[in-house]
Design a protein around this ligand. Structure first.
Ligand SMILES: Nc1ncnc2c1ncn2[C@@H]1O[C@H](COP(=O)(O)OP(=O)(O)O)[C@@H](O)[C@H]1O
Ligand SMILES: C[C@@](O)(CCOP(=O)(O)O)CC(=O)O
Ligand SMILES: [Mg+2]
Length: 317
């Protein structure tokens, strides 16, 4: 039996703009998705958290239109693209395609901006390639992962799949990846971040990305977001970093992807922490707060008073 894991991610600055080539900064965090793959008489996919199971012949997976498969679409698309890659690049033969039982479980809240889709995708790619005894390197995994998110969503950047594959802290620009080491990474490691689960997201990432695509001031706002990204890279000061998070949040608000609940939690994060912003596609989901240790008790009390769930996140690398 094969067992593989992948982390989650937060986008610290630059979501949405990054889809159009603007710079963004993202970080892998310590919430895990686990994928197990084992031999089976027929191919079965179990999504434990969603309490859903699907029996499907492998040959059908290779030809399907993934968007007809609801919650299974990322996993099926990842299986499809991985097997096609193994067939064309790794000497896997169609006759060696033995059936399997693949199971996904995850600690990542689903559709909350923490990359549950990318983590599910990447762990499936790793699980399937290991099951057929053709493990892939990180570049191959990240490339297949990106194509999966793009096929399912229509539009996507490499941010989520790359961050979850390479881990650590990354800068993305024009879909190319730069690992951030030294100064900014050390500074971010010294920061305490809380992730707040604010509300269920009503829309999928794909819908939010498409709404932003039609925003008439899209590029003006993206340029301002990129300025925030660039300033954050040289400012190793928590007060300024928190302020930049708040500015980025308000630019996302202008793009139309915030909600009253997210704004309310961001205001709490601004008042009782150094700053805060929504993270990921928005439309609900999570807010990330940079904690001010001197006011942490007040922050926690306020979040509890509002009934907001929170947890501390740490960078994985
Ligand atoms: N634990 C899980 N098990 C199975 N599928 C999952 C899981 N988590 C996420 N997914 C897939 O990812 C989709 C959510 O993706 P998305 O809207 O992009 O949210 P996120 O911001 O978390 O990435 C789900 O509808 C499902 O298809
Ligand atoms: C909005 C976007 O920048 C991030 C989406 O993240 P999530 O699916 O909400 O975790 C889209 C992308 O980069 O592909
Ligand atoms: Mg996603």
């Amino acid at each position: 039996m094969v067992v593989v894991e992948s982390p989650a991610k937060v986008i610290l600055f630059g979501e949405h703009a990054v889809v159009y080539g603007y710079r963004a900064i993202s970080m892998a965090i310590d919430l895990k998705t686990t994928c197990t793959v084992e031999e089976s008489d027929t191919t079965i996919i179990n999504l434990k958290d969603l309490k859903k199971s699907l029996k499907i012949p492998i040959e059908e997976i290779l030809n399907l239109n993934v968007n007809e498969y609801g919650d299974f679409r990322y996993v099926l698309c990842a299986i499809k693209n991985t097997i096609l890659y193994l067939l064309s690049h790794k000497n896997l033969d169609l006759k060696d395609l033995k059936p399997f039982k693949l199971t996904i479980t995850s600690q990542i809240p689903i559709s909350c901006g923490l990359g549950s889709s990318a983590s599910t995708t990447i762990s499936t790619i790793k699980g399937i390639s290991a099951f057929y005894e053709r493990p892939l390197d990180d570049n191959e995994i990240a490339t297949i992962g990106y194509h999966v998110e793009k096929e399912v969503q229509g539009k996507a950047s490499v941010t989520d799949t790359a961050t979850i594959t390479y881990k650590g802290l990354l800068e993305i620009e024009n879909n190319t990846i730069r690992r951030i080491e030294g100064g900014l990474k050390d500074f971010i490691k010294s920061c305490k971040f809380l992730i707040c689960y604010c509300e269920e997201r009503k829309k999928k990432t794909a819908e939010l990305v498409n709404e932003v695509a039609n925003h008439k001031n899209r590029d003006d706002i993206f340029k301002l977001i990129e300025k925030v990204v660039d300033t954050s890279k040289t400012t190793f000061d928590k007060e300024i970093f928190g302020e930049l998070m708040y500015i980025n949040h308000n630019l996302l608000k202008r793009l139309g992807v915030s909600t009253p609940k997210l704004d309310e939690v961001v205001e709490i994060g601004k008042t009782y922490g150094y700053g805060a912003k929504l993270t990921g596609a928005g439309g609900g989901g999570c807010v990330i707060i940079l904690v001010n240790e001197n006011k942490e008790d007040e922050l926690i009390n306020k979040l509890k008073e509002k009934g907001v769930e929170y947890f501390e996140c740490r960078m994985v690398y």
